[in-house]
Design a protein around this ligand. Structure first.
Ligand code: GDD
Ligand code: MG
Length: 324
């Protein structure tokens, strides 16, 4: 099977960081979000096609320098075509069926089991579903007793949501669904295409362990906690000469002599945390400097940012080279 990965969004909810860093390359528990998503794919996948748009060159360049275990092809859009338009643009040559993955969802999902379910029911699609309290930011499914999806509404008002089971952004689809997408224009897969596919048989596959869309700062940090708790951040011992608890996923060249750490931290290459500073529940990207006695909690610091001595930041997203 092949995989089609949607990776062209603007990451608006993570600005100013995403003005320079595409959302999918933000490191979470030690590696880019995109790489955690791809970790779910079986080893024998034939090809991974990345449907890119915003910051396409940055992503293509990163993937070239950090090779994946499968052959990768990048197909970019000159202008964003939406999720459906991106699928149509990049989906030529897909396998039947194929994996369709959003690139910003952190989940425990057994994609082989989802393929097995897909082949068993014989319909056109299998959509993983996650149960959430607030359905407003998601696509929501109504389900028959056999988990066949009977209605699908993208981002409904709460009173119009047919259930609490939402599109988790990881699925298996027959190649024929690509024929249902009009070519050459912006198309929303969720709004314009999926509802029309339901008659052909689209089934839900309920995820039961954990799932998070990492598209906002709070949810990104929650995704990081989930990954660490599931062991997907590696051993993550404290950096040399540091105190505290961790886990801290420390990239080569990061230093933190005399600094202290709470739980759940990613330190990018060459990041410096000076003595007396404390960091917890945060992402600190490459070359960023947290100066002495500063406190950083629940924050995402872009590349080459700086936190001044004794400064306290909580719940902030700082863009590349930002100073706080
Ligand atoms: N190629 C391409 N072109 N990709 C795009 C474009 C585009 O124009 N727009 C968005 N994408 C990519 C994003 O990078 C992301 O990986 C995926 O498509 C979904 O876009 P988001 O912008 O993150 O959508 P969302 O989170 O509001 O909603 C989607 O995901 C939810 C689950 O996280 C929908 O699929 C919902 O139905 C779903 O519940
Ligand atoms: Mg999203």
């Amino acid at each position: 099977m092949k995989a089609l990965v949607l990776i062209g969004g603007f990451g608006t909810r993570l600005r100013p960081l995403t003005h320079t860093v595409p959302k999918q390359l933000i490191p979470v528990a030690g590696k880019p979000m995109l790489y955690h998503v791809l970790d779910l794919l079986p080893a024998d996948v034939e090809e991974v096609v990345l449907a890119t748009g915003y910051k396409a060159e940055v992503i293509a360049d990163y993937v070239r320098h950090h090779p994946l275990r499968w052959p990768v092809r990048t197909v970019s859009e000159a202008e964003p075509l939406g999720t459906g338009g991106g699928m149509k643009n990049a989906g030529g040559g897909m396998s039947d069926p194929f994996f369709l993955l959003n690139s910003d969802v952190i989940a425990a999902a057994d994609l082989r089991a989802i393929v097995a379910r897909h082949l068993e029911h014989g319909g056109v699609g299998t959509m993983t579903l996650a149960e959430v309290e607030d359905t407003r930011p998601y696509g929501v499914a109504a389900l028959a007793p056999d988990d066949r999806i009977t209605a699908f509404v993208e981002k409904p008002e709460p009173e119009a949501a047919p259930s609490h089971w939402i599109n988790a952004g990881l699925g298996v689809w027959s190649r024929s669904v690509l024929d249902a997408i009009p070519p050459g224009r912006v198309v929303s897969w969720e709004r314009e295409v999926v509802p029309g596919l339901l008659d052909g048989g689209v089934y839900g596959f309920r995820l039961t362990r954990y799932w998070e869309d990492a598209g906002t700062p709070e949810r990104l940090l929650r995704a990081q906690r989930l990954l660490f708790d599931d062991g997907r951040g590696g051993k993550a011992p404290l950096p040399r000469g540091a105190l505290g608890t961790g886990p801290v996923a420390t990239a080569p060249g990061a230093t933190a002599e005399g600094a202290s750490f709470g739980k759940y931290v990613t330190l990018g290459p060459g990041a410096i945390v000076e003595a007396g500073a404390h960091v917890e529940n945060s992402i600190v990207m490459e070359g960023t400097r947290i100066e002495r006695d500063a406190f950083v909690g629940g924050s995402i610091l872009g590349p080459r940012a700086r936190v001044r001595p004794s400064h306290r930041i909580v719940g902030q997203t700082v863009g590349e080279a930002g100073e706080v």
